[in-house]
Design a protein around this ligand. Structure first.
Ligand code: SF4
Ligand code: SF4
Length: 221
């Protein structure tokens, strides 16, 4: 069975999965839904925690979607043509690089679209080309986004190992534990004073206008 999206909504609502956004994503979203950047920050985007590789208690900050994503309509994406680059990549970045043996062994019950599928060499090549094109755009836009955060001291490390609740949280297991840890990191970020992030982002979008993509490769399926 080839891959097809079952519209289960799992990749848009699992709170332990953080979805990073770029300045380009924010500009495309703002244009698509006709809302200013400040409004997107109120509803859908914020400074979010991204786990540092191999750690579940140390995070770095970045711009990301508030999860569950407010752009869902039922289980569908209401902003599909303007969805962020990282949403576009999922699950093609996995399908492009996983062998059939790895796919056969994939057993995450939350991601049913990856269960029992079979990808031909031709499809895998198509996904790989799509992922490479998106990855180029993502790298460019991510660099501009990180430069902005760095300039304003917003690239922070959030270490929750010293929090009073940490022993209780780490005693749990699986997704529920990861969710709690992410929630705690979000609370720690939100508990600190932040500059006027929407204004800084709107200004940076103007400054980096030439770097941000207007057109993106079409979905490969
Ligand atoms: S997890 Fe898979 S099936 Fe569910 S919405 Fe995401 S891509 Fe579609
Ligand atoms: S923007 Fe769309 S695809 Fe991305 S998380 Fe939100 S609802 Fe899902």
């Amino acid at each position: 069975m080839p891959f097809s999206c079952l519209h289960c909504g799992a990749c848009c609502e699992l709170p332990e999965t953080q979805i990073a956004v770029t300045l380009g994503d924010i500009r495309r979203l703002s244009r698509h839904i006709g809302k200013p950047v400040a409004e997107l920050f109120r509803e859908r985007i914020g400074l979010r925690p991204f786990a540092v590789d191999g750690s579940c208690t140390v995070f770095k900050t970045g711009l990301g979607l508030r999860i569950p994503c407010a752009s869902r309509e039922g289980r569908r994406c209401a902003v599909y043509p303007a969805r962020p680059l990282n949403c576009r990549l999922f699950p093609f970045h996995l399908l492009a690089r996983m062998s059939q043996e790895e796919l056969d062994a994939f057993d995450d019950p939350a991601v049913r679209c990856m269960q029992g599928i079979s990808i031909s060499a031709e499809e895998r090549g198509k996904y790989r080309r799509y992922v490479e094109r998106l990855a180029d755009i993502l790298a460019r836009e991510q660099a501009a986004t990180e430069a902005l955060l760095k300039e304003h001291g917003l690239l922070r490390t959030v270490d929750i190992t010293t929090h009073e609740d940490i022993s209780r949280l780490c005693a749990g297991s699986g997704r529920e534990r990861d969710r709690e840890l992410v929630r705690l990191a979000v609370r720690m970020i939100e508990g600190q004073p932040l500059p006027d992030l929407p204004s800084l982002v709107a200004e940076a979008i103007r400054r980096h206008a030439k770097t941000l993509a207007d057109t993106l490769p079409p979905n490969p399926i």
